[in-house]
Design a protein around this ligand. Structure first.
Ligand code: G6Q
Length: 547
């Protein structure tokens, strides 16, 4: 038995689950008119309503006991004080330093990291302003119009999500692009829209060794030189965002044009580092700093708020309640805010790469509890016309997060109120459901009776009692975006701390990379391959015949 499942709070939660699981939230709301005010919290203008969860006061107090007994407070302290909590890679985890607007010293091995953080922020400010106002121009003197970020995973998803989320703040004569996939279609489709004289490439790679990114960067360089015909011009059109100065130099990028970050910034936690340069270019450095401010405010909340009023802690605990006691396997994120359409994809990496682990921090295989959920989602209302059926009436329990802004950036007739009516209706429907009697009554009114009525009533009844969280904020501003991202980051941390796993490595992505390198060699020539398993040999040989 693991240490976690032997904790008194864990055992008490197992027993408590037997009491809670037969209860319906419909009845809990009827019995307690104060349920919403007791189970909701506000952080700045973000309202977090968690009252539509299958919990009561005892559940919460047992979950909070679990947090305490798992040493969550000490683990938060260890992260904020620069301890090397990423033990497999022997690294500290200090994305909180990237947005430490208080400038309070944060020490890593006795050295304050803040001067380095501030130096790179200054460099980003100067560069992005010079590009935006046209001081820094292309090799023929024309203004930069297209910025192409070449990066993948953590060096792509964060800035892409932020730039998409903050579309209303982008200068109209500025076009951001993101190329991540090694499939040439993505790079070529992007380059078709660009002109060498007015395009700036940001090669974003922490290691500067990633195969996809380096392949795309070399092809972009060739495309650029085909017109510019002068290697000197590269410095005006290529910059690097990396921790690896040696390889940046070897690529031919002047170190003056390198934006540094550090090994204590995990790829999927790097949006607030120099990896955010495309965001600063798109919306301006001042607004980029608003993202940092929003994230910092949540970092302080996570660090200082008592657990019972700590939103990321509660988000994490609620997830654990469903994941480990109800057996829920997935978690869905549903933004009713079109500009956040990419958030579920971003969170997929943040959550699944962090908490998709099967070994605990002592290096033991985890056998008696489950870790990170499958995270998925899509913007509302689109999902309603696609997969919500399964959430409402399927046999699986899928906890949901709904997010929406009370105000939209642009206005058109009744569009936004209609969107919001759906944002309110779906969690209500998921919670209330529709009883068999209600379904029968509706059918009777429609003139259906007898066996047909009973048959249809079964299909039309909804069990309800499906848990949802709602996040309602004023408007999707840079600050709000920063706060939302940090809330989820710390939720992930909370869960990883309780599951006793390392959220900050990603060994699981290595095996495929390694095999791809071997296979690339096997793909040369037409000779038939026999060195892999039967299926892989068969596929490679069929590919050789078709290509
Ligand atoms: C994120 C992962 C991974 C990484 C990419 C890109 O946490 O480590 O998604 O960001 O593999 O790596 P580079 O930035 O080194 O190219």
């Amino acid at each position: 038995m693991s240490k976690l499942t032997a904790l008194p709070a864990w055992l008490a939660l197992q027993r408590h689950y037997q009491d809670i699981s037969p209860l319906h939230m419909r009845d809990m709301f009827k019995a307690d008119p104060q349920r919403f005010s007791r189970f909701s919290l506000q952080f700045e203008d973000i309202l977090f309503d968690y009252s539509k969860n299958r919990i009561d006061d005892t559940t919460l107090s047992l979950l909070l006991d679990l947090a305490k007994q798992s040493g969550l407070a000490e683990k938060i302290g260890a992260m904020y004080s620069g301890q090397k909590i990423n033990t497999t890679e022997d690294r500290a985890v200090l994305h909180i330093a990237l947005r430490n607007r208080s400038n309070r010293p944060i020490y890593l091995s006795g050295r304050d990291v803040m001067p380095d953080v501030n130096r790179v922020l200054d460099q980003m400010r100067q560069f992005s302003e010079e590009v935006r106002i046209g001081i820094r121009r292309g090799y023929t003197g024309k203004r930069i119009r297209d910025v192409v970020n070449i990066g993948i995973g953590g060096s792509d998803l964060g800035p892409y999500t932020a730039v998409t989320a903050l579309t209303p703040y982008i200068k109209s004569d500025f076009r951001p692009h993101f190329v991540s996939n090694v499939d040439e279609s993505e790079l070529l489709d992007t380059l078709d829209q660009c002109d060498q004289e007015t395009t700036l490439f940001l090669v974003a790679s922490k290691t500067f060794t990633t195969q996809e990114t380096m392949t795309n960067a070399h092809s972009a360089r060739q495309w650029f030189l085909a017109k510019a015909r002068d290697e000197e011009a590269i410095s005006k059109h290529f910059v690097a965002i990396s921790t690896n100065a040696r390889l940046v130099k070897e690529f031919g990028i002047d170190l003056e044009n390198m934006f540094e970050f550090w090994d204590w910034v995990g790829g999927r936690y790097s949006m607030c580092s120099a990896i955010g340069l495309p965001i600063a270019l798109a919306i301006g450095m001042e607004r980029f700093e608003k993202i940092l401010e929003g994230a910092h405010a949540v970092d302080e909340h996570f660090r200082t708020a008592p657990f019972e009023r700590n939103i990321p802690v509660l988000m994490g605990l609620l997830g654990i309640w469903y994941n480990n006691f109800f057996g829920a396997e997935s978690h869905v994120v549903l933004p009713y805010d079109h500009h956040l359409a990419f958030l579920p994809t971003y969170l997929q990496q943040a959550d699944m790469e962090s908490n998709g682990k099967g070994v605990d921090k002592q290096g033991r295989r985890i056998t008696d509890y489950t870790t990170g959920p499958i995270l998925w989602g899509q913007s509302g209302a689109n999902g309603q016309h696609a997969f919500y059926q399964l959430i409402h009436q399927g046999t699986k329990l899928i906890p949901c997060d709904f997010l929406a802004g009370a105000q939209s950036h642009r206005h058109l007739g009744a569009h936004h109120p209609i969107l919001m009516s759906n944002f309110f209706a779906q969690p209500e429907a998921l919670m209330l459901g529709k009883t068999l009697d209600e379904a029968r009554e509706e059918l009777r009114k429609e003139g259906v009776d007898g066996e047909r009525l009973e048959f249809l009533a079964q299909a039309k009844a909804f069990p309800g009692n499906r848990p949802t969280n709602a996040f309602l904020y004023r408007k999707l501003t840079p600050r709000t975006l920063g706060s939302l991202i940090a809330l989820y980051e710390h939720k992930i941390f909370t869960q990883g701390a309780i599951w006793d796993i390392n959220c900050f490595d990603q060994m699981g992505v290595e095996l495929g990379k390694h095999l791809a390198n071997t296979i690339q060699k096997d793909m040369a020539g037409d000779a038939s391959i026999a060195s892999h398993d039967g299926s892989t040999n068969g596929l490679i040989n069929y590919y050789k015949a078709l290509r």
